[in-house]
Design a protein around this ligand. Structure first.
Ligand code: ADP
Ligand code: ADP
Length: 231
């Protein structure tokens, strides 16, 4: 379990384009932080640097008491959920769920129990023998969420996870994700979350706090009531 800390984090693409200008951000253990801002403001770059999918050009990223700057994604204690689900297309759902644990050579018994637990939580027990192409968008996103959850990561990273779903499914997935976050907190294994979206409803209803970015800088970090308060 861990807090997340960005200290003067910079990103320069190519030789000179500075996409992220020395940002500082503290996300407390168990906190749900939403990143918002116009397209191109570097939300995704920031998330990918935390994940280790993008190198950082300056500064430090800490997860708990570990400086993770030079760690590969698999060693950071993070799990990421993508907009396009990014399921392994040739693997059945149960293999998609358990693949991360298999890579870590966890015992079969533990993998079986963990698969059963997350499929219960996300109600995907009926889907375990299907291939990703046999899933609806909502089902695929629940599997993607299950694949992240099964790793019991310290930090969950979400990159516009609901953008490909219709309005009704988006609403139910919003509730599902916030309920899951609360459940983990209640069970004493709080998940620290960074959630990128351009959807104001998601930001308002899901975030403990919201971080507003613009042009590679953080403009404001506040709780939803403060940020969206009407005069
Ligand atoms: P957002 O997620 O907020 O839409 P991005 O993080 O995708 O923003 O992009 C931030 C800025 O960095 C944009 O100006 C974008 O064009 C630029 N950028 C993103 N990825 C790359 C890349 N691989 N090479 C060069 N520039 C990039
Ligand atoms: P593979 O042969 O692809 O390695 P396994 O049959 O060994 O897959 O199963 C991998 C893990 O997934 C095991 O822990 C197994 O218990 C579990 N598993 C396999 N099939 C299912 C299924 N239909 N439903 C739920 N869990 C399953």
């Amino acid at each position: 379990m861990a807090h997340l800390s960005l200290k003067s984090v910079e990103k320069v693409y190519g030789n000179s384009f500075k996409a992220v200008h020395g940002i500082d951000l503290e996300v407390a253990e168990g906190e749900f932080m939403v990143l918002v801002g116009p397209s191109g403001c570097a939300k995704s770059t920031t998330l990918r640097m935390i994940a280790g999918l993008e190198t950082i050009s300056g500064g430090e990223i800490w997860i708990g008491d570990r400086l993770v700057n030079d760690l590969v994604p698999g060693k950071r204690g993070i799990a990421m959920v993508f907009q396009n689900y990014a399921l392994y297309p040739h693997m059945k759902v149960h293999n998609n769920l358990s693949f991360g644990l298999k890579l870590k050579r966890e015992p079969k018994e533990k993998i079986r129990n963990a698969t059963a637990e997350v499929s219960g939580i996300l109600e995907i027990g009926e889907l375990l023998d299907r291939l990703p192409k046999q899933l609806s968008g909502g089902q695929a996103q629940r599997v993607a969420l299950g694949r992240a959850l099964i790793k019991q990561p310290e930090v969950f990273l979400f990159d516009e996870p609901l953008s490909n779903l219709d309005a009704k499914l988006r609403a139910s997935m919003r509730v599902r994700i916030t309920d899951l976050h609360k459940r983990l907190r209640d069970e004493g294994r709080p998940a620290t979350v960074v959630y990128v979206t351009h959807d104001q409803v998601e930001a308002m209803t899901m975030g403990d706090r919201i971080c507003v970015m613009k042009d590679g800088r953080i403009m404001q970090v506040a709780d939803p009531a403060t940020l969206y308060e009407r005069p």
